[in-house]
Design a protein around this ligand. Structure first.
Ligand code: FE2
Ligand code: FE2
Length: 288
């Protein structure tokens, strides 16, 4: 029996740092709803990340007429508070639903800033508390969660991603050590020869994410959506990463969150009309 195939995908930004020209809320964080339609008429709804506070997620969902209770799966791009902090706010509507993430989400995460350590930039204490109310699916390996829809798992570091992890630390055996953010991953949806890839912060290196999405799905072209984490990189690094992305078949980008103005400018320079800036309420639909 042949597998059902994806016929249409809709990505809707529920909350983001930028509000565009809308009346929606913005916060430093990221949450998107991905709705996948199949040729069998079945539908799958994935909530990718939950934003920072839950306020933006809940209020914007109401304003956008999104019923969060219809979500089938929750996926965490990684453990940072601005991607997982809204989780307590969805407990009422999504209790016992699966949350798919990498097992390292429970590791402590600190961020270095001007010689000081900022503690607890991973899961907030409130998020840790509510996680037991969901079904946690912690996978290091890629997982096809539904036909043509992949949780990419741990991303292979083929290209240098040091620019995207340089401020992060953790604690091991009583010692502060560098944190490689192995939990940072993405969601990929195969649409014919194209793979639509949704990333949160891309600490694994956005070009590594594109490479893994392409490899796993066997696609030739890549459309990327989300935070590309070029905000802390210098111009040479941003240009190098965008070159790698083009080499990995990038044909279209929908970037925001931690992409940064410089990263967005480099992407715009290369992709022209195929580079878009995302915001709360931003929506794209692909049909094949
Ligand atoms: Fe982030
Ligand atoms: Fe992050």
């Amino acid at each position: 029996m042949s597998k059902i195939a994806v016929s249409k995908v809709e990505v809707l930004v529920l909350v983001e740092d930028y509000t565009g020209f809308t009346e929606l809320f913005g916060e430093h964080g990221f949450s998107v709803l991905v709705t996948i339609h199949y040729d069998s008429d079945e539908e799958l709804r994935v909530l990718f990340d939950t934003g920072r506070t839950g306020r933006g997620l809940i209020e914007n969902s109401k304003l956008l007429s999104v019923d969060l209770a219809g979500v089938n799966y929750i996926v965490f791009s990684h453990r940072h508070y601005d991607h997982t902090g809204g989780t307590p706010s969805i407990l009422n509507s999504l209790k016992n639903k699966p949350i798919i993430a990498h097992p390292d989400i429970f590791k402590p995460c600190y961020a270095e800033s001007r010689g000081f350590l900022r503690f607890n930039v991973g899961l907030t204490p409130d998020t840790r508390k509510v996680l037991q109310e969901f079904e946690l699916v912690l996978s290091r390996k890629p997982l096809e969660i539904s036909p043509g829809v992949w949780f990419l798992g741990e991303i292979e570091r083929y290209y240098d991603n040091s620019y995207a992890v340089k401020t992060f630390k953790t604690i091991r055996d009583g010692e502060i050590v560098d944190e490689p953010m192995l939990d940072d991953t993405a969601l990929a949806v195969k649409l014919g020869d194209i793979v639509l890839t949704i990333a949160g912060c891309s600490h694994s290196g956005v070009s590594n994410i594109a490479r893994q999405a392409r490899k796993i799905t066997g696609s030739s072209d890549v459309i990327l959506f989300g935070g590309f984490h070029l905000a802390n990189s210098n111009l040479e690094e941003a240009e190098r990463v965008v070159r790698e992305l083009l080499g990995e078949g990038l044909i279209e980008a929908h970037a925001g969150h931690c992409t940064g103005l410089q990263g967005e400018a480099v992407l715009l320079g290369k992709l022209k009309k195929n580079m878009h800036k995302i915001h709360s309420g931003y929506r794209v639909v692909y049909e094949i």
